[in-house]
Design a protein around this ligand. Structure first.
Ligand code: ADP
Ligand code: ADP
Length: 225
């Protein structure tokens, strides 16, 4: 896994400053949660890192590389959203195999690779379910497997569990902890849920009024007298 660094990153839409010169370093293997109310610019930060949008100023680095000049598909970034966005006409395994196929692996090799990630998200037995036949929680696990199977240098999670009921959400939290233990990815997680941020993240970055108001470990943020 790799260090992710935002340096003086600014994003302006028309004359509105959404992100104002923020600095943030996510260490290799660390999980940082960006916590803030709706509309504050959390998703915008992830889009700038992923290359779905361009910063107005500043730079985004992954390890030694400045990535904001690279095309999105070359950045080595894995993305997961609130909705799983699976290909409905493909089986679970072919959804997960997609990046390996795109990288030129044979169907068999791609599926062997994908099966390992389906096993990791505890859906090893669902390889040949159509994605439309999966429950919401299962589909979200497949989306996570797909993001991980691309072996990204950084994993970006945008409100990934917000659409799930509390029981499924708790299961996904436990799965994410397992994945961190086994694969040690660098993770930037966006959430509006304080509880989620404090149980999953090593550090929480609070985004308020276009700035990171505080970046600290959960116990430091929530241990006020
Ligand atoms: P959050 O993820 O915290 O809910 P967003 O990053 O989605 O917030 O949005 C932050 C602000 O930027 C919002 O006010 C939103 O309306 C605005 N915004 C996001 N994308 C665009 C865009 N493409 N054009 C104009 N404004 C945008
Ligand atoms: P084959 O790979 O068997 O020579 P095709 O390329 O026509 O033949 O694909 C057969 C099946 O493989 C498709 O029905 C689809 O389910 C799956 N497939 C094809 N391309 C991809 C891809 N990029 N990612 C995942 N699955 C794919």
């Amino acid at each position: 896994s790799t260090t992710l660094e935002l340096r003086d990153v600014t994003k302006t839409y028309a004359d509105t400053v959404v992100i104002d010169a923020i600095n943030l370093t996510v260490n290799a293997g660390e999980c940082v949660a960006i916590l803030g109310p709706s509309g504050v610019g959390k998703s915008t930060i992830l889009r700038l890192i992923a290359g779905l949008d361009e910063p107005t100023a500043g730079s985004v680095r992954l390890g030694e590389t400045t990535i904001d000049t690279q095309p999105a598909e070359e950045r080595g970034v894995g993305l997961m959203f609130q909705q799983p966005l699976l290909f409905p006409h493909l089986d679970a395994i072919d959804n997960v195999a997609f990046s390996a196929r795109a990288a030129g692996k044979s169907r068999r090799q791609a599926r062997e690779h994908a099966q390992k990630y389906l096993d990791l998200v505890q859906l090893g037995g669902y390889a040949h379910r159509r994605s439309t036949e999966l429950s919401g929680g299962q589909a979200q696990r497949v989306a996570l497997a797909r993001a991980l199977a691309a072996q990204p240098r950084v994993l970006l999670l945008d409100e990934p569990f917000s659409a799930l009921d509390p029981q499924l959400r708790a299961e996904m939290h436990s799965l994410l902890r397992t994945i961190r233990r086994e694969l040690n990815p660098t993770v930037l997680l966006v959430t509006h849920d304080q509880h989620e941020a404090s149980v999953l993240a090593d550090r929480i970055a609070i985004l308020l009024d276009s700035r990171l108001a505080q970046v600290a470990a959960p116990h430091e943020i929530y241990s006020r007298p």
